[in-house]
Design a protein around this ligand. Structure first.
Ligand SMILES: Cc1cc2nc3c(=O)[nH]c(=O)nc-3n(C[C@H](O)[C@H](O)[C@H](O)COP(=O)(O)O)c2cc1C
Length: 173
């Protein structure tokens, strides 16, 4: 099994989380790919994709994701299993909390992919988010807020790593 962790990160918060996820799951399984340096086409090389995206500028994509946004359409993703994590600021940007993660999920859902790693929305305080599922009960991936809840980041990501590995094992039988 090869796990590709792709992320974009302007102020390094997402990058630090990406490194922690790699350390929790194991560097022998997880390869880090900073979208600043690699093409999204590389996603085709992996079985399981973990994708990290912070939200910027009132509900917008982080710049490295934005730069490769159109190229995502032509990546061979059919059959991939995808786990998303998003980073945002629920108090400073509570009307757009983690929006980019929801926008990314919608984009990827145009491919024949399956998603794992949905995360409960309890324990957060925000007005609106495009990263919630249809009934609003869960985020479409791990929700992290290093601006206001940095102490929660490590326990959340550790629990989520166990969760996605279990869900992936169940998916592939
Ligand atoms: C100018 C600015 C705009 C932001 N806009 C949003 C936003 O719309 N929604 C959100 O959830 N977080 C927003 N954030 C918070 C960032 O997503 C958060 O700080 C994140 O950890 C940054 O990750 P990075 O350092 O990996 O780029 C914003 C932060 C800044 C400084």
């Amino acid at each position: 099994m090869r796990i590709g962790l792709f992320y974009g990160s302007t102020n390094c918060h997402t990058e630090m989380v990406a490194e922690k996820i790699r350390d929790v799951i194991g560097a022998e399984l997880v390869e880090l790919n900073n979208l600043k340096d690699v093409p999204v086409a590389l996603m085709a090389d992996y079985d399981l994709l973990i994708l990290g995206i912070p939200t910027w500028d009132f509900g917008q994509l982080q710049e490295d994701w934005e730069d490769q946004w159109d190229a995502l359409d032509s990546v061979e993703l059919d059959g991939k299993v995808i786990a998303l994590f998003g980073m945002g600021d629920q108090l400073g940007y509570g009307d757009w909390f983690l929006d980019a993660m929801g926008i990314l999920k919608e984009k990827l859902a145009q491919h024949q992919v399956s998603f794992i790693g949905a995360w409960p929305n309890q324990g957060y305080d925000f007005e609106a988010s495009k990263a919630l599922n249809e009934d609003g009960s869960q985020f479409v991936g791990l929700a992290l807020d290093d601006d206001n809840q940095w102490k929660e980041t490590d326990p959340r990501l550790q629990a989520w790593c166990v969760q996605i590995l279990e869900e992936y094992a169940a998916q592939i039988g």
